[in-house]
Design a protein. Sequence first.
Lengths: 134, 134
Amino acid sequence: MATLLTIGDAAKESGLSAKMIRHYEQSGLLRKSPRTDSGYRLYNSEQINQLRFIRQARNLGFSLHDIQSLLALWQDPQRESRVVKQLAQQHLDEIAGKIAELQHMQQVLTALADSCRGDGSPHCHILQQLEKPG
Amino acid sequence: MATLLTIGDAAKESGLSAKMIRHYEQSGLLRKSPRTDSGYRLYNSEQINQLRFIRQARNLGFSLHDIQSLLALWQDPQRESRVVKQLAQQHLDEIAGKIAELQHMQQVLTALADSCRGDGSPHCHILQQLEKPG
DNA sequence: CTAAACCTTACCATTATGGCAAGGTCAAAC
DNA sequence: GTTTGACCTTGCCATAATGGTAAGGTTTAG
């Protein structure tokens, strides 16, 4: 029952783009896939699972670099869940950092926008504030 | 009182890097600055203010593209604050979108990490979940 | 047999920033 | 007056992840 899919179908199955699948292969995230005589890439169900794994991890914002580690852990029966959790925690820290940064921008800019009349006159607190050193 | 600064001092004054100041000039965000006979760029206080303006806007996360518009508005005595506020609001929407996206990741990944023992055993809900289609 | 829909590779673009290298300039110290 | 160190110049390369396009081969359906 070895159903083999071409890259387009693998893309549909996994939710990745064909373009990205090739890219992942070329950048070493995926092993080179087998080819037909005419050079078409072929994917079996195990590889489709791997592509899905990658997509899920991308959806959670993991970098390709981290995903390489996650894939390795996934495939290692000897793994320690400690290591996986550490990776996740690191990523959570990054996410929290980015959120904080964005929230700070949000806070400052909201205050500025609130104090800008937004009418036909040139007076504008936003520009006034950008002008100042700080 | 025309104090002219070389690019390194302009960088220190503005908080931007010299590299980026050159880049902003080359990408059309800034007009070409005057040079000494030997080719060094020189900045007067008005230009320093412009650099500060750019840095402040960058700190608020505005793209260089948006900053080009903001600079133009800043320098236009005929501007309508409505336009500035619109730009700010658009950017705030983007920020809010990014925050929402990150918070979603944060929520999902936190739940996964919480259900991962993080010990020496290979069992791990995080990997288990990444494995699933969805 | 032909046309559509696929596949291949290779190159370019994005965004904002940094790094490096090879070389010119300027000021201070000797 | 020369050397030295700190500056400046340009230009090219790199990042991260993704998309686009172009030129060309393949497969499949009509």
